[in-house]
Design a binder for this molecule. Structure first.
Ligand SMILES: *Cc1c(COP(=O)(O)O)cnc(C)c1O
Length: 221
């Protein structure tokens, strides 16, 4: 077995254990391989190991790596997990299956226009600034309800999930639980939270997607 296949298996076992400990169905937690800064050969290895869910943080980089792979791998599911500029909205809509970082009205408008133009409807999540950190992207928790209403009423967007990155130096569990509570309140089925260092806690709190980079690929160069 390749190194990557072994790592994928080990991670999957950890994910399953966390789900079982939380009395959740392990199949309800998806592993998204975060391949940012990884070369295309590494992506090939992951695909060859039978894994088809990926996340990238930049539109251009994702396009270079993944556009040529689409036709060969119809099961590929590509998530945008980094900040999106409005002038890249159309490219993002064309390339990604899921856009996890909708965080402002201007972007909602740009995505709605791009989806209309392209006749394509990627799944959309709202990024929430769960720790109210000034340096971080995301809608503040207290504005989430009105932002969701605006997305729907003004732009006809159907939001299907929430995503967050909790503060790095604090226990993430209360932040994960707060996001889970909001997702349930708004009836949103997808909850993207948990990275290499904290996916166990995220799964216990209800994550349906964990975004794992360094635990799979090693430290980024
Ligand atoms: C890079 C990144 C990840 C993966 O982080 P690791 O700690 O390497 O697992 C997850 N989510 C986002 C938004 C990222 O930018």
């Amino acid at each position: 077995m390749s190194d990557i296949a072994e790592k994928l298996n080990a991670l999957r076992a950890q994910i399953n254990a966390a789900a079982n400990a939380a009395e959740r169905d392990p199949a309800s937690v998806k592993l998204i391989a975060i391949s940012k800064f990884q070369p295309r050969e590494v992506v090939f290895d992951v695909l060859s190991a039978g894994h088809s869910f990926f996340g990238e943080s930049r539109v251009q980089e994702a396009q270079k790596k993944f556009a040529p792979l689409r036709a060969l791998h119809p099961s590929l599911e590509l998530h945008l997990i980094g900040p999106l500029q409005t002038n890249k909205a159309e490219e993002a809509v064309a390339l990604f299956d899921v856009i996890q970082t909708l965080d402002r009205p201007k972007l909602a408008a740009a995505l709605a226009a791009a989806m209309e133009k392209r006749g394509k409807t990627p799944r959309l999540y709202v990024e929430v600034n769960i720790g109210n950190e000034p340096q971080k992207a995301g809608v503040p928790l207290r504005e989430l309800e009105s932002f969701l209403r605006l997305c729907h009423a003004d732009y006809g967007l159907s939001i299907q999930g929430l995503m967050c990155l909790p503060p790095q130096t604090e226990d993430p569990t209360p932040f994960f639980s707060a996001l889970k509570e909001r997702a349930d309140f708004h009836g949103l089925p997808y909850l993207s939270m948990g990275m290499s260092a904290d996916f166990d806690a995220a799964i216990r709190a209800g994550a349906t997607e964990v975004r794992i980079g360094s635990a799979l690929f090693g430290a980024r160069r």
